[in-house]
Design a protein around this ligand. Structure first.
Ligand code: CU
Ligand code: ZN
Length: 223
């Protein structure tokens, strides 16, 4: 009896569905969304601008006056890294992006290991296989200054697994040999800076708070 009832119900349901089908198709109309989006919306806030540049200001190891700035600029699928240092001992110094944006330890070990989202081995910035954070060496002149400019496709400024934002740049006391794993044997850490995103300049007339580094507010709770 139960099976019979179930089958009768199923048959009835099929009939109902069949009867409804043409009606449903007839109701299906494209929503007039295009028309709405083309209307000007004067009161709505513009979307949060994607940060396309980020920078770090180097802090020196205690007792030294090493300083510098590093900027990261998204250029298509690559990121250009520009670094300038002063107050550094003349010679060759390894320079990396490390995985943790924390320069609180006196020896900067709080910045952790080289940033390595691809689980690769350490190398030179020109090597196909390398840490995303392997930015090579900087030559410091006799006056204590030096600079570096390179482009890497292993980093982004925009949020994502390879984003440089929230990581730490580290200048080392020695040269990176591009061979020793996983550090390049670059010695101690003499300067450290946390990479922070910069918001795009606000368009003229817009009243935007400088909140580029913060995520957008969460959506209202669903019912
Ligand atoms: Cu390093
Ligand atoms: Zn490395």
């Amino acid at each position: 009896m139960r099976i019979q009832n179930a089958m009768t119900l199923a048959a009835a349901a099929l009939l109902v569905l069949a009867a409804c089908a043409p009606q449903e198709q007839a109701v299906e109309q494209p929503a007039p969304a295009v028309e709405e989006t083309t209307q000007p919306v004067p009161e709505a806030a513009p979307p949060e601008p994607m940060p396309l540049t980020a920078s770090a200001t180097l802090q020196p190891k205690a007792g030294t006056n090493v300083g510098g700035t590093v900027t990261f600029t998204q250029e298509g699928d690559a990121v250009r890294v520009d670094a300038r240092f002063q107050g550094v001992a003349a010679g060759t110094h390894g320079f990396h992006l490390h995985e943790t944006g924390d320069c609180s330890a006196a020896d900067f070990t709080s910045a952790g290991a080289h940033f390595n989202p691809g689980a690769a081995s350490h190398g030179a910035p020109t090597d196909a296989t390398r840490h995303a954070g392997d930015l090579g060496n900087i030559e410091i002149a006799a006056d204590g200054t030096g600079s570096l400019s390179l482009s890497t496709s292993l980093l982004t400024v925009a949020p994502g697994p390879n984003s440089a934002v929230g990581k730490a740049v580290i200048l080392h006391e020695k040269a990176d040999d591009f061979k020793t794993q996983p550090t390049g044997d670059a010695g101690g850490r003499i300067a450290c800076g946390v990479v922070q995103a910069a918001a795009e300049p606000a368009p003229a007339g817009a009243e935007l708070a400088p909140t580029g580094a913060e995520p957008p507010p969460p959506p209202p709770p669903s019912v």
